[in-house]
Write a protein of this length. Sequence first.
Length: 341
Amino acid sequence: MKTHLTLGEFIIQNQKDFQHSTGELSRLLSAIKLASKLVNREVNKAGLVEDILGDMGKENIQGEVQKKLDVFANDLFIRALTQRDVVCGIASEENEFFIPITASENSPNSKYVVLIDPLDGSSNADVNVTVGTIFSIYKRITPIGTPVQLEDFLQEGKKQVAAGYVVYGLSTMLVYTTGHGVNGFTLDPSIGTYYLSHPDMRYPKDGNIYSINEGNYVHFPQGVKDYIKYCQALEDDRPYTSRYIGSLVSDFHRNMLKGGIYIYPQGTRTPRGKLRLLYECNPMAFLTEQAGGKASDGYGRIMDIKPTKLHQRVPFFCGSENMVKKVESFMAKYPKDKPEY
């Protein structure tokens, strides 16, 4: 362990950096911390406990078959956030509509909304592949004390006040930013405490890893096809290494530590991409930029996109700055492929 500083201590020490907070941020992050530890416990018991793995037998709003762990994680995070009296609304990838939280005597002026992907990569859970949680926090824009509205959730990513993810792997890590760099905390399972293990995480300017599902190659826009050929060319420091787990949190975490690019483009099967702008792309883009990387839809900054729907999908390119700039240069040759939102 590199430090004895706990996540709770770190949040309190750095609360001054969060200009709008009067204590709610600490409680909000503590709620996410608690829920993540409970999800971690269930993920690590998968295979031993009955009725936790497998499909629920129905689809979510995304048209994807829900896993039992999806439902468990979703319920757990919603319950944890609701009971702390720190949010006025929650939107989840697993729910069709946002959930308004009624103000209580303990928290009549809650001003934050949370958007969450409770269990990213859950289709991998049955085969013991790393999964994760992604969260994004905004300050509401409608009057405090009134019921939360859809417009509170449909904000550009550049207006996020905090974002992060939890990766449930060989070790469990919580990584987050409040706009002052990115820090990672590793869970000590023996005592249930997160400790600062990766301070000031940074993307290398360049990398040699590209992460994309090449099985969909035939459906990719031409700019992405050209970039893949560039990555595979035998010249200079190439060919690059192809690494794709199929769990965004896992691929993102590896690339941030080692240097690389993650790509999920639009295609004929997914005309506007597969990843959700609010639950996946915006929080990961915030982390990327705070870690010195770049996040794009192939043509421009992800966090400048104005959301129009709660479950909006967009193409996503993120990673080491020079790698993202290079793929954008290939995409720029085909302006007709630029998505409209």
